[in-house]
Ligand binder design. Structure first.
Ligand SMILES: Nc1ncnc2c1ncn2[C@@H]1O[C@H](COP(=O)(O)OP(=O)(O)OP(=O)(O)O)[C@@H](O)[C@H]1O
Ligand SMILES: [Mg+2]
Length: 269
C-alpha cells in the first residue's frame, strides 16, 4: 500500500535554543494506521506533532504528505487539507467568538453552500454534545468542553490524518471515557491517527508505538511488547497501565497484565 505520510530524517532546533527539539526521526505511514508516539515531558512529542502538520518546518530532513512537502509554502494549503492537529492546549486552537462559528470556521474555507456548512456544524455539535453551548465563547468553556470543541473543529474537516496531542490530559474520568469512545469510533471508521502521550494505557489499540527520548526515537514496536518492558518504560518516562505497574511490583511477570480484569484473574489463580 502507498505510504501517504513520510518523515524523512526530520530534525528541528528551536531558534536560539542549544537543545534539539527533534532529532533524525524517520517514519512511513500507510492509510488507516493508528500510531502512538510516547515519551516523557519535554521528549519532543508536541514538536514532532507540529512538524507533522507543517506548523513547524524541519531544520533538516523532509515531511511529505501525499507527496507534498511542508518545506514548500505553496504546498502548505494541500497539507493543511490532509492533516489536522488537535493541540495539547485547546485554547491555542480557537479563533472564533462562539462554539458554532468555531466549528464552521475551517469548514467555510473548504466548502460550498451555507446549507451544507450548517448541516456539518449541527451534526458535529450533536456528536460532541455541544449543541446547548452553540453561542458560548470557546475560551469560556470548561476544560472538558474545550477538549470536545477542539476535537469537533478538526473532525468537521475530515482530514486524512488526525494528530491528537495528549487528548485525555486534565480531564475527569467521565470526560476521559467519552473522548476515548469518540476517538475509538473514529478509528473504527478507519481514520489514520497519531496519538501523542506519555500514558501507554491510552494507546494499547495502536498498530505501532514509537518512543521518544530527548527528541530521538529510541524504540518502536507493538504496545503489548512495551508492557513487558517496565524498567525501560520507567526510564523513558512512560506511564504503564496501573494494573501492569501493580503486577510488576508484585513480581508477576507472566502472563503480562494489561488491565484490571487481567490482574484480577491472575491474582485469583
Ligand atoms: N518555543 C520553544 N522554544 C524553545 N524550546 C522549546 C520551545 N517549545 C519546546 N521547546 C523545547 O523542546 C523540547 C521538546 O518540547 P515538546 O513541547 O515538544 O515536548 P513534549 O514531549 O510535548 O512535552 P510535554 O509532555 O510536556 O508536552 C523541550 O526541551 C522544550 O523545552
Ligand atoms: Mg507536549
Amino acid at each position: 500500500m502507498a505510504r501517504f505520510f513520510v518523515l524523512d530524517n526530520v530534525s528541528y532546533c528551536y531558534p536560539g535554543s542549544a537543545k534539539t527539539g527533534v532529532c533524525q526521526v524517520n517514519l512511513e505511514l500507510e492509510p488507516g494506521t493508528f500510531l502512538a508516539v510516547l515519551g516523557a515531558n519535554g521528549s519532543g512529542k508536541s514538536t514532532l506533532a507540529r512538524l507533522c502538520c507543517g506548523l513547524l518546518k524541519p531544520t533538516a530532513g523532509r515531511v511529505l504528505v501525499d507527496g507534498y512537502c511542508t518545506a514548500n509554502d505553496e504546498e502548505l494549503k494541500d497539507i493543511y487539507q490532509r492533516v489536522g492537529i488537535v493541540f495539547q492546549h485547546p485554547d491555542n486552537q480557537f479563533v472564533a467568538s462562539t462554539v458554532e462559528r468555531e466549528i464552521a470556521f475551517g469548514v467555510e474555507n473548504r466548502i460550498m453552500s451555507s446549507r451544507a456548512i450548517r448541516r456539518i456544524v449541527d451534526a458535529e455539535m450533536v456528536r460532541f454534545g455541544l449543541t446547548a453551548l452553540r453561542t458560548a465563547q470557546p475560551h469560556s468553556l470548561s476544560g472538558g468542553e474545550k477538549r470536545l470543541l477542539s476535537l469537533a473543529d478538526i473532525w468537521a474537516l475530515k482530514p486524512k490524518l488526525i494528530l491528537v496531542d495528549e487528548p485525555l490530559a486534565m480531564l475527569d474520568p467521565g470526560t476521559r471515557e467519552r473522548i476515548t469512545q469518540l476517538l475509538r469510533d473514529l478509528r473504527t471508521e478507519g481514520q489514520s491517527m497519531i496519538w501523542f502521550t506519555h500514558g501507554l494505557a491510552e494507546v494499547m489499540a495502536a498498530d505501532q508505538v514509537l518512543v521518544m527520548c530527548k527528541g530521538r526515537v529510541v524504540w518502536r514496536g507493538q504496545p503489548a511488547t512495551l508492557l513487558t518492558m517496565a524498567e525501560e518504560a520507567r526510564a523513558w518516562g512512560i506511564t504503564l497501565p496501573p494494573a501492569t505497574q501493580v503486577a510488576y511490583e508484585l513480581g508477576i511477570n507472566s502472563p503480562v497484565v494489561a488491565n484490571e480484569s487481567e490482574l484480577v484473574s491472575v491474582l485469583w489463580k
